[in-house]
Design a protein around this ligand. Structure first.
Ligand code: CTP
Length: 394
């Protein structure tokens, strides 16, 4: 196992030595990448001696074949941990600025990323830094929060690098996860469907697609091949995921049946329309009177797959406004699911259309795991832990 350790320039850079030793003792090879500023706090020779590997340094020269090889290395690592991560590096990673080796390397990494910030307390509390962290968290980056304590500047506050042991543990957990779903294909659905009424109108729902996109991204970070069957949403395709775009429930049904061949699991996070109209061929004109739309039920994709699921692991989602757990259990049974992820959608600010969610994961044996409110990226990690954790972990 190979873990990359990015070290940026802060007084805590010397603690990178302890992190290298911890990872080495746990049996992981470590590829250190030092930023130019970090070199002023800790020598490449020290880290090279501890890691027994050539430390990668700037100057950053994209025309050099060696730099390109370093970028190739980004695909081989099991995790990237940046410790200490300065406010500057966090901002660069959050925005995708690639002006040195570490920040460029980050953009080529598909494996899980962990950052351990360290800085002055006021810099830590600044909205700019907190915004960078929120962006990284939403992208699935794990943050090892700094401790409160005396800082180098002689004042106390949050900003001191977390203990090396905690950073090593987070890096190892991330690296273990990165191989967890290797060799498996997951089909994930996301977003609403659009059922046309006429050439310019449609029926749809408020689903943003964020939960499904977060699940697809998290599964790809764990090494799975992911096919994301996506309804119309306004989200960028997740890194390393194959996206199949559909509009209607019927198109989604066809795409899911196609993608499920050879797949290990289907996670149906999409909010599929339950009813569809027979669309008019030309635009319906107003006449001053009301109109009635005849709606037909759509076919239930999950229930269909559930009837002939074989070894496919089936995960459904249930958005409910009342009797959440009871109703979700009903769906688990009636659609032959292995898990159902239930969430309440009546509370403001979570669930549908939101960046955050809180769910209960129910299984066939009557078990229930509560996931408290968190970003959808974090909730996605917990769902994968629950659904694949039991079979994939020793
Ligand atoms: N689902 C599906 N095909 C449909 C409708 C829903 O596969 N035509 C899936 C959703 O992706 C989700 C689960 O079924 O995983 C939700 O169950 P569903 O019974 O549709 O929930 P509701 O629409 O909320 O059902 P009800 O109106 O009965 O509460």
């Amino acid at each position: 196992m190979l873990i990359a350790l990015g070290v940026s320039g802060g007084i805590a850079a010397y603690k990178a030595c302890e992190i290298v030793r911890g990872l080495d003792r746990a049996g992981s090879a470590v590829q250190v990448i030092l930023t130019r500023n970090a070199e002023r706090f800790v020598t490449p020779l020290t880290l090279q001696t501890l890691s027994r590997r050539k430390v990668l340094l700037d100057p950053f020269d994209l025309s050099s074949p060696e730099t390109v090889r370093h970028i190739d290395l980004a695909r081989e690592i099991a995790a990237l941990v940046v410790a200490p991560a300065t406010a500057n590096v966090l901002a660069k990673l959050a925005r995708g600025i690639a002006d040195d080796l570490l920040s460029t390397f980050y953009l080529a990494v598909t494996a899980p990323v962990v950052v351990a910030p360290a800085m002055n307390a006021r810099m830590w509390l600044h909205p700019a830094t907190q915004e960078s962290l929120a962006t990284l968290r939403a992208r699935g980056v794990a943050v090892v929060d700094p401790a409160v304590g005396w800082l180098a500047e002689g004042e106390s506050g949050p900003g001191r690098l977390a203990e090396p042991d905690a950073i090593v543990a987070a890096a190892l957990a991330a690296a273990r996860r990165s191989r967890e779903l290797e060799g498996k294909t997951l089909v994930v659905t996301a977003g609403p469907t659009r059922e046309p009424v006429d050439p310019v109108r449609f029926l749809s729902n408020r689903s943003s697609g964020r939960m499904g996109y977060a699940l697809a991204a998290a599964a790809a970070r764990r090494g799975a091949r992911v096919v994301l069957v996506s309804g119309p949403v306004d989200l960028p395709p997740p890194f390393g995921v194959e996206v199949v775009r559909v509009r209607t429930a019927e198109e989604m049904r066809v795409a899911v049946h196609e993608a499920r061949a050879g797949a290990h699991a289907l996670l149906m996070a999409a909010a599929v329309a339950d009813f569809a109209a027979r669309p008019a061929e030309s635009k319906i004109k107003k006449s001053g009177r009301g109109i009635s739309l005849a709606l037909e039920p759509t076919r239930d994709i999950l229930a269909e797959v559930g009837r002939d699921k074989g070894d496919l692991l089936l995960v459904g989602f249930a958005a409910e406004t009342e009797d959440v757990v009871e109703r979700a259990r009903g769906k688990l049974r009636s659609k032959s699911l292995d898990f159902v992820v239930a969430n309440e959608v009546s509370a403001d600010g979570k669930g549908i259309e939101s960046e955050r969610n809180a769910v209960t994961i129910l299984d066939r044996d009557g078990g229930a795991v509560e996931v408290p409110e968190a970003s959808k990226a974090e909730v996605a990690e917990r769902i994968l832990d629950r659904v694949f954790g039991a079979e994939a972990r020793p």
